[in-house]
Design a protein around this ligand. Structure first.
Ligand code: ADP
Ligand code: MG
Length: 333
């Protein structure tokens, strides 16, 4: 069995933009613009990037909830974009998603029991439904007697546990967690992350864990990919990325995380990036980061960098002038 569970090859999603009463096509939003990544069996791959950089679109493409403009999505070595409906239904069992907003992702008119039972019903795993649901509630740390209650009767953290119970109901191989704790109080975030970690060990799950902040993914990820304007700009083993970032964007994101030690925090220099995230409908030329990059030179304006390994085989960066040791900030968090 191959070590790689899921792989994307030059995956692109360009949403057409139409205007006026004639709905004339006036351009494209390049939400995902050539993503190559590999997810290994049993690992947690963190994906981090600013809001709007294409993380949720990438998640939906990997699950084939959206048809890409071009590119490939391989699950266990097979391009799932060639699958027919029947093959897709079978595949759905193996890949699940946990959404960011536990308030919007659960149907308010359905009991928790019915919500969790839904995937079981679609896969015809109907024997002893109530027992299965109660068992799942117990696994995620909820009271099994509460299967008849409605989502509004639960707190945000509890609702996210319901979303997790639904995701693990069919014992999937892969779960994509799309900012699963971003909507939760900080005190609840750690509990939900701990639950996800326990479930990973128990059921040998592979996770793709999406966040907009590097501090959230640090403790759960084996490897981390940093995304900028629809592309992966850096991928490395977790500790390596935090201690030796090569991409100036990663370095800037790291410098924005407050340090727990106030003395170190006062001494630290913060990198403030110029401007906002450019619009994906009109991305800058060359390296799309060059307009905000403190290290950009003329070359970056006219040439597109590709993801290549730097110093280590496992450390990939898409930059013409990657950072070297003495240019990094003290960022240990
Ligand atoms: N269905 C859609 N049609 C047009 N544009 C979209 C659609 N979905 C997302 N986008 C655009 O794609 C970009 C990336 O969005 P998204 O994947 O939600 O980013 P993230 O999850 O990183 O915040 C945004 O500019 C967003 O407005
Ligand atoms: Mg999103």
């Amino acid at each position: 069995m191959s070590d790689i569970l899921l792989e994307t090859r030059d995956l692109k999603m360009h949403f057409p933009v139409s205007k006026g009463i004639l709905q004339r096509k006036v351009g494209y939003v390049k939400a995902v613009d050539g993503v190559n990544l590999q997810v290994r069996r049993g690992e947690t791959l963190g994906i981090v990037g600013e809001s709007g950089c294409g993380k949720s679109t990438l998640a939906r493409l990997m699950l084939r909830l959206l048809e890409p403009t071009s590119g490939e999505v391989l699950f266990e070595g097979e391009n799932i974009l060639n699958y027919n409906q029947k093959q897709m239904l079978r595949l759905r069992k193996d890949m699940q998603i946990v959404f960011q907003d536990p308030f919007a992702s659960l149907n308010p008119r359905m009991t928790v029991g019915n919500i969790i039972a839904q995937p079981l019903k679609t896969q015809r795993a109907k024997t002893n439904l109530k027992r299965q649901v109660q068992n799942l509630l117990e696994i995620v740390g909820l009271n099994p007697e509460h299967y008849n209650r409605y989502p509004h009767e639960f707190s945000g953290g509890q609702r996210q546990r319901i979303g997790i119970a639904r995701a693990i109901a069919l014992k999937p191989k892969l779960i994509i967690c799309d900012e699963p704790v971003s909507a939760l109080d900080v005190s609840i975030q750690a509990q939900v992350i701990n639950l996800l970690e326990d479930l990973q060990k128990e059921f040998q799950l592979t996770y793709i864990f999406i966040a907009h902040d590097l501090s959230v993914v640090k403790h759960i990820s084996n490897r981390v990919s940093v995304m900028y304007l629809g592309r992966i700009v850096e991928t490395a083993e977790c500790a390596r990325l935090y201690d030796h970032p090569h991409h100036p964007y990663t370095n800037a994101l790291l410098s924005a995380i407050p340090l727990p030690d106030p003395r170190l925090e006062r001494k630290r220099q913060r990198i403030v990036l110029k401007g906002d995230l450019p619009s994906p409908s009109n991305p800058p030329s060359g390296c799309t980061f060059h307009v905000r990059c403190p290290r950009a030179e003329e070359h970056c304006r006219n040439h597109i960098p590709t993801l290549v390994h730097h110093e280590l085989e496992s450390h990939q960066v898409s930059c013409f002038f990657p950072l070297v040791e003495e240019q990094r900030l003290e960022n240990s968090i």
